[in-house]
Design a protein around this ligand. Structure first.
Ligand SMILES: Cc1cc2nc3c(=O)[nH]c(=O)nc-3n(C[C@H](O)[C@H](O)[C@H](O)COP(=O)(O)OP(=O)(O)OC[C@H]3O[C@@H](n4cnc5c(N)ncnc54)[C@H](O)[C@@H]3O)c2cc1C
Length: 469
């Protein structure tokens, strides 16, 4: 737990922020001190609610001078505990909520850190553009959070993660200095790329206050389908075919297992079994293109070939937007559907796409040996090799006993991932939760370089001090 914040620092912060710019009201603070999975419970003496970049600079400047640590919070949808304070000042970006500009010639939107991803999508659509980063949490997740976690989501296959979608940033560095790097350039080879350092830094190198984000034209032709498959190998082979059939137009290729579909049918109201029979695996495929009808015909060719060759056992193409929405709802509820099923060890791992099936087989065997009867619910962005690999306690088993074995069980999964050349955190970051685990797999040279960068920019380690190395 962080040391108590001196009273004179609190007075100075109140003066910087003005009457409406802070709170110590327990009811106002409460929702910001718990997170989505209820795994972290936080505490803070002071909630800073800056409205402008200058306010943020004022808060960070006071804290830097006094050596008082800060935790930054956007939409509070992070899954690794980085946004939950343990005694630090809590700096929320909720009032940094303006869309500063949107320009269809440069194909750019400039949004402040606290703007939600959903609001970015809506603003882009009003200008017949799209920002192709989609998360199930997009109604709450913010621009600052998405940038700082280098979020991925369902369209990485085609458009990349946040890292590929940010053109420029504005940020307050740990010493309180404002860096205005809000460029909208596609090319800028002028030395180290500070914005790339801040992307994925999880708030350890400064507060992102605004970002300029790449926009894309709307796609007029879109086809969404679900296919039932005999094996995970078939999913990887079908992905390769989909890429060939549709050129670069495959937007999403998402894996679900039968048990995940069953959890959704049982625990989430309004869900329907997408196909008539029962299949060990399912993939949700989305193809989108500019030319009218071309996505639909690519999807038809792909599925006809897959059914004929036995790669797919059955498939359904969405005939309406509502049906496509239902397919997506099944996928997006894979995590929520497990909530009432008891204790879970959750993993957000990546392996090379060609190793996905090997990973699922090896991890499945090893985990079942370690915890017989556990229920493995694997789903996710198979097109990126990113699997959310959740291990639930046996049906009717004991939650506490399962939770107590989490560390050992996760070690088994992570060791396999590492051996296959993968990552133990594909898209959620390390936060406060996975840093120690990541240290087991990172090379000493890489850890030393990361620590040196942090030390240079934040010598007092005031920014998100419990996060990363
Ligand atoms: C249902 C659900 C589905 C999800 N699906 C995905 C998915 O598909 N892909 C994916 O990548 N993630 C996913 N996530 C995780 C989460 O939504 C993302 O990590 C998101 O980017 C976090 O944004 P946020 O605004 O909520 O950030 P927060 O949770 O508030 O913060 C996350 C981290 O970023 C830091 N931070 C926040 N704002 C700033 C800022 N302005 N400057 C500096 N640091 C900052 C925080 O200190 C913290 O370390 C999902 C989460 C949920 C609950």
């Amino acid at each position: 737990m962080t040391a108590p914040v001196p009273a004179d620092v609190l007075s100075r912060l109140k003066a910087v922020l003005g009457e409406s710019g802070w709170s110590q009201d327990p009811a106002r603070l409460a929702p910001k001190l718990v997170e989505w999975r209820d795994r972290w419970q936080g505490t803070t003496p002071f909630l800073a609610l800056p409205k402008t970049t200058a306010d943020v600079a004022g808060v960070v400047g006071v804290c830097f001078e006094a050596g008082v640590p800060i935790t930054i919070q956007g939409g509070n949808t992070g899954l690794v505990g980085g946004q939950i304070p343990q005694g630090e000042i809590l700096l929320s970006t909720e009032r940094l909520a303006a869309i500063r500009d949107i320009d269809p010639f440069d194909d750019v939107i400039v949004a402040e850190a606290g703007v939600t991803l959903a609001a970015v999508h809506e603003a882009a659509a009003r200008h017949r553009r799209r920002f192709p980063l989609g998360l199930a949490s997009e109604g709450s997740a913010t621009v600052g959070g998405v940038v700082s976690t280098n979020a991925g989501g369902t369209q990485v296959l085609r458009y990349g993660t946040a890292r590929q979608l940010v053109l420029g940033l504005e940020a307050v560095l740990p010493n309180g200095e404002v860096w205005n790097g809000l460029k909208r350039l596609r090319k800028d080879n002028t030395g180290y790329d500070l914005k790339q350092l801040l992307i994925g830094a999880e708030g350890t190198l400064g507060v992102v206050t605004a970002a300029s984000l790449k926009l894309f034209p709307l796609t007029t032709s879109r086809a969404t389908a679900i296919a039932g498959l005999p094996s995970a190998e078939a999913a990887v082979r079908l992905l390769a075919r989909a890429k060939e059939e549709a050129g670069g137009a495959v937007e999403a290729f998402e894996l679900m297992s039968r048990i995940g579909v069953e959890f959704a049918l049982k625990n989430i109201p309004g869900q329907r079994d997408p196909l008539e029979g029962v299949h060990p695996w399912y993939v949700l495929i989305e193809i989108a293109a500019g030319e009218s009808g071309s996505a639909e015909s690519a999807m038809e060719r792909l599925l006809a070939g897959a059914l004929e060759s036995g790669l797919a056992q059955d498939a359904a193409v969405a005939q309406t937007e509502a049906q496509a929405g239902a397919f997506w709802s099944l996928r997006e509820n894979q995590s929520a559907a497990q909530k009432s099923e008891g204790a879970t060890w959750k993993h957000d791992v990546a392996v090379p796409v060609a190793e996905v099936a090997n990973f699922l087989r090896e991890a499945g065997e090893a985990v079942q040996r370690f915890a017989p009867g556990c229920r493995i619910c694997a789903f996710g962005h198979v097109g990126d090799g990113n699997i959310h690999y959740d291990v639930l306690r046996p049906d009717g088993g004991d939650d506490a006993a399962h939770a107590a074995r989490r560390e050992e069980g996760s070690r088994i999964v992570h060791d396999i991932v590492h051996r296959l050349g993968g990552s133990i955190s594909a898209e959620h970051g390390l936060g406060a939760m996975k840093t120690a685990e990541a240290l087991r797999y990172k090379s000493p040279a890489e850890v030393a370089a990361q620590r040196a960068i942090r030390q240079a920019l934040d010598p007092k380690r005031i920014m998100n001090p419990r996060v990363l190395f």
